[in-house]
Design a protein around this ligand. Sequence first.
Ligand code: PMP
Length: 404
Amino acid sequence: MISIESIRKDFPILGREVYGKPLVYLDNAATTQKPQCVIDSISDAYRNVNANVHRGIHFLSQEATDMLEAARDNVRRFIGAGSTEEIIFTRGTTESINLLASSFAWAFLKEDDEVLISGMEHHSNIVPWQIQAQRYGFKLKVIPVTDLGELDMDAFDKLLGPKTKLVSITHVSNVLGTVNPVREIVAKAHKLGIPVAVDGAQSVPHISVNIKEMGADFYAFSGHKIYGPTGIGVLFGRRELLEKMPPYQGGGEMIKKVTFQGTTYNDLPYKFEAGTPDYVGSIALGVALDYVQNIGMEQIAGYESELCSYAMQRLGEIPGMRFIGNAPKRSGVVSFLVGNIHPSDMGTLLDRLGIAVRTGHHCAEPLMDRFGIPGTVRASFAFYNTKAEIDTLVAGIERVRQMF
Ligand code: PMP
């Protein structure tokens, strides 16, 4: 059982007031709040062990390096990957996918090849592929989204073919909350020898992820969405593929030997980590992962699913409520519109009541076009949220509705 009262005390910001009202923070899909242990680990690292990693023979440099590498191993364990060589630290999901798109396209993609994405992708799993498609001439194909907000799997079966060289798909939609059947997608793609990349930005904070079980060849996520700091993220990649892929950026750390005649690259994962890494961010991410593991991912998933169902049920009682995304398998996020109230009006008025939700296209404009809407109001949950906060949201929406 999760003890919410004691968990909430770990997050100092949850005690804040905004406009004289207790903060009700329901924007966790954008970023999560940080527990005190993560905040402390950042200042501890700068106060006690700060030194540039990997290159130094002195004490502090070695200690900082050990802590960074321990964090890498922590990430590996957390997602059930086989080797730390397959764990690349990046700035976040966006950089992870840009690295993947740039490097994978250079190694493997040519004119008339196809990369398959879906109609519910975040811009960060669309635009990096478009940029590379312009360079190499491959085509982007899109799995359509059904009215319920699920992937059209019949269309997926038809789109998957000899020209497909990669499937890159979100695990959980940041708008619809849909949990996609990634194992089924991986199984079908692998049958044809096609690798699969998974955007885990919205899944890793909410669902127990095991890369080996999922079978994904690449998996990307952001530290700040799983209670860690901003500016740190992860790309998991299968070793055989990463070894064939060229570096994303050049500079220090990623080389073995540099001459003006040519350069040899470092081993994995350093080949993909040019320059001084955010070792403090990595260390603090490791602390965040310890924190959630202490509570237990299964516990977190169970509690959040209960919160989500409660939110759907309570919000569903509001006249004029329209949910965008009604998939039965969902996680963390509820998107909606109420009557003719513009989402940004709703968001602004809820803010005045101390309720933080997100409004707009949520970096998924093609998905908004699919549903013929300008945007949604999105409430997104973390394990520190309560049913009482959902009641406050519902009461807030009722108040706004009566004003219109
Ligand atoms: N993918 C999804 C599904 C997301 O929700 C987000 C963040 N909203 C991203 C990618 C991008 O993450 P970041 O901005 O941390 O790089």
